[in-house]
Write a protein that binds this ligand. Structure first.
Ligand code: C2E
Ligand code: CA
Ligand code: CA
Length: 726
């Protein structure tokens, strides 16, 4: 019993591995059922046929017996035994019966159809005959071989019995009967089967066809065609399935649209985004290999957009960007907007405008031989953007600095073309803005070319993760303990490798990118300082600040914000401002630093000694630390002048209660001189050069033992490091 439920799935598994096709399985099922039915039918039919056949034989025998009995009536009445004998013999000779006899009880004569015997012979009376004579009714006896019937001979039913007629009929063998019946039924079944299989196959195919159609549609959909029609008009289960499929595909299509939007559409302006722009460019650059068939990128940066954003807020800024976007789109959609006039050449691609981020837009257009269409488009763009904008009831004006570079003339791939368009845009901005510059026309010497390029690259570096920081330890000369670290910026340039600040700080200052750079450095520093604190390492950090940062409105709140969201304590932060900067505008500096001092942040004067500041001035500023410039320390070894200056600074600092840090300490002699003259904190290659956070941690734990480095070893290291710095 328990085997059956488990056997069914097993059978289904075997079936499905044998016959993967649904219609073949259906045909097999129908044929199997048909065969099983046929077997049952044949068995039943054979039983019924056999029974009919037997009944027929019995009734035939009875009919013969009745005939014999009727035949015997006159002969028995008149005792014409001889005639009766002849008639019985002829009946027996016909082969219909095995034996036939009549008994005349009155004279005890038995007349039979056997030619060998005669009615004169004594014959034993058959027991069935005796029974029929006694009862006066017909008697039947059936054995395997024969059927015997004894019938009373009477004139009519009411008259007395004259005698008894006995007929014996041979039974045909059952096997023979069965054989005939079975072969007949099997032939019928086979004929039906031959007819039934193709018909079933036809029906099965009809049933499976819509499933096949559905499968085909599903394949088409998975190949990416979401408009493939589903057979939804059917009202049966397949129709239900098709509708379910259609709904599912509809949902998927909507999701795909949303995903596409998120990936390729700028949410503010609904223009294409940077990625979509890149794809459009690269898809079309392969066709652009001849002079007559090029493509140009116009890199558009809005002038004065920052001012709008800062003074009116982001809502106005966004509205302005939307308006500019719709102007750009409108311009490109005009007849011939940006397209070269048709000249029978290969069909050029459609121009595309995208927002790359912030206030930067870009357009890619097919370019004709003379690039005349691009020149014209650039002019139109400048004019169209400088028209006053009506934003939330306010009238504003912005401008556009546009840089153009053309593929393949100005670069061999998308990255180069975009970068060069960016450089050209910088050139446009540098020369007053609100104009377009073509990359190949920028007339610059190699140096300024490099600076512009660096500026463009730095801007991108700040978007990514290329700006990193390193830490240079400050050491207490008396105890040889690490008392803090100065944070120094590095630029992990993708082509040039790790750049020191000397190679990019100036560019950053000039371009105004220094504020973003400063923010980045401060965030990275505070984050690291906080992580160290959590690991039980309390390291005061000094971060360099540029005058551009100090000047920028919101400087103080920006610093406090960064401290708050990184969780770095203000009293562990020192800001370094160079002496020249601090002295240039002392009022501004003290105003900007006041709330920071109140929060616990300390300030240091960097490169002290280079600015010849008067003490009176210095005292008005909120500094509590001097960093003696490297040039004086390096002069200590031979130069008496430097020795006197350093001694003076240290004495002055002591009397005014300032802390002093000596920068650029490279030798043991320098260190000893400084210690003897009361300088406690030093920083320089003698101890360590600036290093990444991980190495700093390892270094300070081994250095923290308090043993100064041996002079020779330190000297060798200084040489090596000086080589690297130099
Ligand atoms: P700095 O503030 O005077 O920083 C000290 C510089 O002297 C570092 O150079 C440091 O590596 C180097 N130095 C330290 N010890 C020795 C020594 O024993 N011998 C020699 N020859 N040099 C030593 P670096 O890292 O190249 O920084 C150069 C300048 O760039 C810094 O001068 C600082 O003014 C500026 N800077 C660095 N990072 C930033 C930053 O995040 N923001 C701003 N605004 N300026 C930064
Ligand atoms: Ca510094
Ligand atoms: Ca310095």
């Amino acid at each position: 019993m328990a085997g059956t439920p488990r056997a069914a799935p097993k059978l289904m598994r075997v079936l499905s591995s044998w016959l993967p096709s649904l219609s073949a399985r259906f045909v097999l099922l129908v044929a199997g059922l048909f065969l099983a039915l046929s077997v049952v039918m044949i068995v039943v039919a054979s039983y019924l046929d056999l029974r009919d056949e037997e009944q027929r034989i019995v009734s035939d025998a009875k009919a013969i017996a009745a005939t014999v009995s009727r035949l015997a009536v006159p002969h028995l009445t008149n005792h014409h035994y001889l005639i009766l004998e002849q008639e019985l013999e002829s009946i027996a000779a016909s082969g219909v019966v095995e034996a036939a006899q009549v008994l005349d009880p009155a004279r005890s004569v038995t007349i039979d159809g056997d030619p060998e015997t005669s009615y004169f012979d004594e014959q034993e009376t058959h027991p069935l005959v005796v029974l029929a004579l006694e009862t006066g009714v017909e008697q039947v006896r059936q054995t395997r071989e024969r059927i015997e019937i004894a019938v009373p001979v009477q004139r009519t039913e009411d008259t007395g019995v004259l005698g008894v007629a006995l007929v014996s009929v041979e039974r045909p063998p059952v096997q023979g009967l069965l054989f005939t019946i079975w072969s007949r039924n099997i032939v019928i079944t086979l004929v039906l089967l031959v007819f039934c299989v193709p018909v079933t196959f036809h029906f099965a195919e009809n049933y499976v066809r819509p499933i096949k159609a559905l499968t085909q549609t599903a394949h088409t959909v998975s190949a990416g065609n979401f408009d493939a029609p589903f057979p939804v008009e059917r009202s049966d289960e397949i129709g239900v399935l098709a509708r379910a499929y259609r709904d599912m595909v509809g949902t998927i299509r909507n999701n795909m649209v949303q995903i596409h939007e998120l990936a390729y559409v700028d949410p503010v302006t609904r223009l294409s985004n940077r990625e979509s722009f890149r794809q459009h460019f690269t898809n079309n650059m392969h066709g652009a290999d001849s002079q007559a068939n090029r493509l140009s990128v116009l890199f558009i940066d809005l002038d004065r957009f920052k001012r709008v954003n800062d003074s009116y807020g982001h809502d106005h800024g966004d509205a302005l960007l939307k308006e500019v976007a719709s102007r750009l789109k409108g311009l490109l959609e005009k007849p011939h907007g940006g397209m070269p006039p048709g000249n029978g050449e290969a069909e050029p691609f459609a121009p595309l405008v995208a927002r790359l981020g912030g206030d930067e837009f870009a357009i890619v257009v097919p370019t004709d031989k003379s690039a005349g269409n691009v020149v014209k488009l650039a002019e139109q763009l400048v004019q169209c953007i400088e028209q006053p904008l009506e934003i939330n009831g306010l009238t504003m004006t912005v401008g556009a600095s546009i840089g153009v570079s053309t593929y393949p003339d100005d670069g061999e791939d998308y990255t180069a073309i975009l970068k060069n368009a960016d450089i050209a845009m910088y050139a446009a901005k540098k020369t007053g803005g609100n104009r377009a510059c073509f990359y190949h026309e920028i007339d610059l010497d190699a140096h300024s070319h490099e600076r512009i390029r660096l500026e463009a690259e730095l801007k991108n570096a700040l978007l990514g993760e290329e700006i990193t920081i390193v830490f240079q330890p400050k050491v207490d000369c008396a105890t040889m303990k690490v008392v803090g670290a100065e944070v120094l910026a590095r630029w992990d340039h993708p082509e040039k490798g790790m750049l020191a600040p000397g190679e990019f700080i100036d560019v950053a200052e000039e371009s105004g990118l220094i504020t973003r750079l400063g923010d980045r450095v401060l965030i990275l520093a505070c984050r690291q300082g906080r992580a160290w604190l959590e690991n039980g390492l309390k390291i005061p950090l000094a971060v360099n600040v540029s005058i551009r940062q100090l000047e920028k409105p919101g400087f103080t709140s920006r610093i406090l914000d960064i401290l708050e969201f990184t969780g770095f304590p203000p009293d562990l932060l020192q800001l370094e401002v160079t002496e020249t900067v601090a002295m240039a505008d002392p009022e501004r500096v003290s105003e900007a630093t006041k709330p920071l001092l109140e929060a616990g942040i300390t300030f240091a004067i960097d490169d002290f000694g280079t600015g010849y500041s008067s003490l009176a001035h210095l005292q008005r500023l909120p500094f509590n630390t001097f960093k003696i410039d490297r040039s004086f320390i390096s002069g200590l070894d031979g130069d008496q002048h430097s020795r006197s200056i350093v001694q003076t600074i240290l004495a002055m600092a002591k009397s005014l209660n300032y802390e002093v840090v000596a920068e650029g300490v490279e030798t043991r002699e320098q260190q000893i001189f400084l210690t003897e003259n009361g300088c406690h904190t030093a920083q320089g290659f003698l101890f360590a050069r600036a290093m990444p956070a991980g190495r700093f941690e390892a270094w300070s734990s081994s250095f923290g033992g308090g043993k100064p480095m041996e002079g020779d070893m330190a000297g060798a290291e200084v040489e090596a490091q000086r080589d690297q710095v130099g």
